[in-house]
Design a protein around this ligand. Structure first.
Ligand SMILES: *Cc1c(COP(=O)(O)O)cnc(C)c1O
Length: 393
């Protein structure tokens, strides 16, 4: 099979909802991927952060293989041996509470929205979200998303969502009404261009929400699992959210998401109120337990801190040589490099030609999120490739 055969089948049979690069990836290992023509790429944007512990992490692969010899799926009307253990791992690394398993980030956020609606008992139902946020592509989560481009053509949308500018506490305070039941927030906006919430902003937000009994839902679908140099981004802010959503790197490449709710909310969704057929299947939980094992046994959070400092140092040095580079922002290994040009997508395209996968978001921001297993040598190589790519801009 060559690339043209692959492409033709997509052209003939797959809905064209995505813009796609002309590359078919066939193999991955750690920070590297290989395409069908044998070209190798350094992957500094592994599947939108899904392969957060790198491609085919050995601990993830080992667990999947072992589980594949036992049972793949068990309905949630029975117990399986792994789901409870995975929930325990998530809780012991976040806050006291309980977990509902889904298959994706959008589905985890849908669960959070349903949780908030039930918490409001029909009297309060409004959820405040941020401009430039991203929460998913289902009808409710695209409504929550603070970007017009995901909503266009899909109206009428569900009621009860309001958007406010990020990091603007006055705007938040004035959007609160007697109907407000929750705020949903990415503590570091990913799609929105790597925008980091200010500490004082979150402190004030927490104060207002505490006074008015408004739930804080942290969307950690992209920031979770060590990405920002803490297990979860809320830890940078010294508070615990009422609920948190996870997906992306939670499964190390397998589809799994989670809605984590704090202890006091554990009875808001009683039996019969929410479900997902595939949620928390043994095969997905096995992979996720492999991710936890990798993070814990290999000291990956410390690696994120060290490699973050190193990568930022290299990028800042590069910024001194290349005037096209503006502000560098982010936390841990979730880094945005602002480009001082109208449209920075050609930079990502040139990086691709150099064998470096990165992303460009909000037109001007290069999004760099290598696997949290990344080494100094791999960072040296990536920054060298980025520099070469920039020479052609
Ligand atoms: C990717 C993402 C989602 C949606 O996750 P899916 O698995 O694509 O549904 C939600 N929130 C954030 C912050 C994301 O980055």
């Amino acid at each position: 099979m060559d690339f043209n055969d692959v492409k033709k089948k997509y052209d003939d049979y797959v809905l064209s909802t995505y813009t796609r690069q002309d590359i078919c990836l066939v193999r991955g290992e750690g920070v590297w991927v290989e395409d069908i023509e044998g070209r190798k790429y350094l992957d500094f944007f592994p599947g939108w952060a899904v392969s957060g512990t790198g491609h085919r992490h050995p601990r993830v692969v080992r667990r999947i293989k072992a589980q594949a010899d036992e049972i793949l799926h068990v309905s949630n009307n029975f117990y399986n041996t792994l789901q409870g253990e995975l929930a325990r791992k998530i809780i012991s690394n976040s806050f006291p509470g309980k977990v509902f398993f889904s298959n994706s980030g959008a589905e985890a956020n849908e669960g959070a929205i349903k949780l908030a609606r039930r918490y409001g008992k029909g009297e309060r139902f409004e959820i405040i979200t941020m401009e430039r946020s991203f929460h998913g592509r289902t009808l409710a989560t695209l409504t929550a998303t603070g970007q017009e481009k995901v909503k266009s053509g899909f109206r009428p949308l569900p009621e009860g969502f309001r958007h406010v500018p990020f990091n603007d506490i006055k705007a938040f305070a004035s959007a609160v009404t007697e109907k407000t039941v929750a705020v949903m927030i990415e503590l570091i906006q990913g799609e929105g261009g790597i925008n980091v919430a200010d500490r004082e902003y979150i402190e004030e937000l927490k104060r207002i929400c505490g006074e008015k009994d408004i739930l804080i839902i942290a969307d950690e679908v992209q920031t979770g699992m060590g990405r920002t140099g803490e297990f979860f981004a809320f830890r940078h802010y010294g508070f615990e959210p009422d609920a948190m959503t996870l997906a992306k790197s939670l499964g190390g490449g397998m589809p799994i998401g989670a809605l984590v709710v704090s202890e006091r909310l554990k009875d808001v969704l009683p039996p019969g109120t929410h479900a997902s057929t595939f949620g928390g299947s043994p095969i997905a939980c096995a992979a996720s337990l492999g991710v936890f094992e990798a993070i814990e046994e290999e000291g990956l959070i410390d690696n994120v801190k060290e490699m973050s400092a190193y990568l930022l140092e290299k990028l800042e040095a590069l910024g001194k040589r290349k005037t096209i580079i503006g502000q560098i922002k982010g936390k841990g290994l979730m880094i945005g490099v602002e480009m001082l040009i109208e449209d920075a997508s050609p930079v990502a395209d040139e990086c691709l030609k150099e064998g470096l996968l990165i992303n460009c978001t909000q037109k001007k921001v290069l999004r760099i999120m290598p696997p949290i297993t990344v080494t100094r040598k791999e960072i040296d190589e990536a920054v060298a490739r980025l520099e070469k790519a920039l020479e052609r801009i």
